[in-house]
Structure formats: structure tokens, C-alpha cells
Design a protein around this ligand. Structure first.
Ligand code: GLN
Length: 276
């Protein structure tokens, strides 16, 4: 079987949302090459072992296992991140949160201040690693409740040579008395029993990283009210949320006396991040 034939096989076998892209990523992974190799050498013959491995991966993908779990890897902010079933798989939508946090971090830097930045519910560490990579002068801290997720996050920071202080605990628990210029979070925000939880990649991701009570806002309420005690005067809180939570987030920020509250839309034109 050649590379071109293997890609065709993948495209015709998979019924996922993006069969060709999935097949390309899985084949590149099988061959231990990057995707451009596939287009440069379409006539290259796979060994019997490689063909077997690729067909195993297609079978697993076909029963729903996320591509990122099959390769153990996901690209976010142009960087490679290790992911396991202990963490949420980084989403492109979350790059909006990184972009917005960077605007605040860079503004503070121009004003002569190297921000202390806290990432709550860091999971794979994708957000805090992207921020530290882009703005190495920040003091970066990150918290997660799950030790298994922190193991992954620490490996990611190490792989990218980033110095980040990771702590285990629930939200601000390990951060008593500490204050920050910037606090970011992509918390769980899906309503419990949401029917989407039985479709696609989320079936294989930790529920603790996805759902938050009956209205999806339980953790966000905690984050917004407790942030008041952990931000310096003029500091910023940025939270990712669901496409239908803009009004609720605006109200929660206002009720907790945040100023300059703004909701930013993602590239799919959905409200995605509220900050204040
Ligand atoms: N945005 C993710 C999804 O809808 C959920 C991430 C989260 O709950 N933080 O799949």
C-alpha cells in the first residue's frame, strides 16, 4: 500500500467530521513523519507493519477515540502538547483566551510591569505554556485539582523549556493570599446531562474538565467571586465560556464589581471569552 492509497483508505473508511485530515494525522504519526512528507512522497510504500498499525488506528478512530488520544499529541498555539485521557484536549477556540490574555500582559509589560499570571484548571497546561512561550518575562503559575493532569502539564512545560510553578488544589485553594495581574481560566462550563456529552471527542475526555452543575456555571461563579481577593487593583480576569453564557457572565462580572467588562467572540462567531 502506498501513502496515497493509505490516505484514500482512511478517507473512505472514516465517518468522523474530518476523515481526510484525521487520516493524514494518523498516517504521519504511523510513519513518524510530518504531514508534508505525505504530499511529497505519495508513491512511498508502507511496510507491512506500518500498514497494520495504520489500519489499527483507523479502527480505533472509527469507534470514536479522539485523534489526539491515538497520537498522544495535539497542536495548540503552534506548539505540540502531550495529551492523555486525564486532560481536556486543547481546542482552537481557546486560542482566543490566549490572544486576549497576551494583549493585557503586553500592555502591562509596556507599562514596565512583568505580570504575575495564574491559570486555573490548567489541564494539559496548554494555556499557561502558550502565554509563557510568548511572554517569557511573566511569572507563570498554574493550578489543577487532578494530579494526573498536572503530571501531563509539567511534561509539556518541560518539553518546551518553560519555567512554570504548578500547584495541586481546587481553584484558589493553593494560592492563599497570593495576588496576580492576570488570571485566566478555561473551566468546565457544560450543563450536566447535556446531550452533546454523548457525541464526539468529549466522550473520551474527563467529565470533571467539562461539566459544572445544572446550569454549567457553578465553577465560573466561584472563579469570578473569589478572583476579587486574588487580583491586584487594575488586574484582569479572563474566562472562557459557552456560546450561550455571555449574558450570565456579563452579569456575574458586574455583580462582583468588575469594570471594563467585555465579551470576545471566537472565529466561529460565538461569544467565547469574557474579561474584566
Ligand atoms: N469547549 C469545550 C466543548 O464544548 C468544552 C470545554 C470546557 O468545558 N471548558 O467541547
Amino acid at each position: 500500500m502506498t501513502i496515497a492509497e493509505a490516505l484514500n483508505l482512511g478517507r473512505n473508511t472514516l465517518t468522523s467530521e474530518s476523515p481526510l485530515l484525521d487520516a493524514e494525522i494518523l498516517l504521519a504519526y504511523t510513519l513518524d513523519k510530518d504531514r508534508t512528507y505525505l504530499f511529497t512522497w505519495p508513491e512511498h510504500e508502507l511496510s507491512a507493519q506500518q500498514a497494520e498499525h495504520f489500519s489499527e488506528l483507523l479502527k480505533k478512530r472509527q469507534v470514536g477515540v479522539p485523534v489526539a488520544h491515538l497520537t498522544g499529541n495535539k497542536e495548540f498555539w503552534g506548539l505540540d502538547f502531550k495529551v492523555t485521557s486525564d486532560t481536556l484536549i486543547p481546542r482552537p477556540d481557546t486560542e482566543i483566551l490566549v490572544e486576549q490574555a497576551l494583549l493585557k500582559i503586553k500592555q502591562l509589560h509596556q507599562d514596565g510591569l512583568n505580570a504575575r499570571v495564574l491559570d486555573l484548571g490548567t489541564g494539559s497546561g496548554a494555556i499557561i505554556c502558550a502565554l509563557k512561550h510568548e511572554a517569557p518575562y511573566i511569572e507563570a503559575l498554574a493550578v489543577d485539582l487532578q494530579p494526573a493532569a498536572l503530571t501531563v502539564a509539567k511534561q509539556n512545560a518541560e518539553q518546551h523549556g518553560l519555567s512554570i510553578d504548578f500547584r495541586t488544589g481546587s481553584w484558589f485553594e493553593p494560592m492563599v493570599n497570593a495576588r496576580f495581574e492576570v488570571i485566566v481560566s478555561n473551566p468546565p462550563y457544560i450543563v450536566e446531562n447535556d446531550p452533546h456529552l454523548s457525541q464526539g471527542d468529549v466522550r473520551f475526555e474527563p467529565l470533571t474538565a467539562l461539566t459544572s452543575g445544572q446550569d454549567g456555571l457553578e465553577d465560573i461563579r466561584t472563579l469570578i467571586s473569589e478572583s476579587r481577593n486574588h487580583l491586584v487593583e487594575g488586574g484582569w480576569l479572563l474566562i472562557e465560556h459557552g456560546f450561550d453564557q455571555e449574558v450570565a457572565l456579563q452579569k456575574l462580572f458586574a455583580d462582583n464589581s468588575f469594570e471594563q467588562v467585555e465579551t470576545i467572540y471566537d472565529y466561529g462567531h460565538n461569544p467565547r471569552v469574557t474579561l474584566g
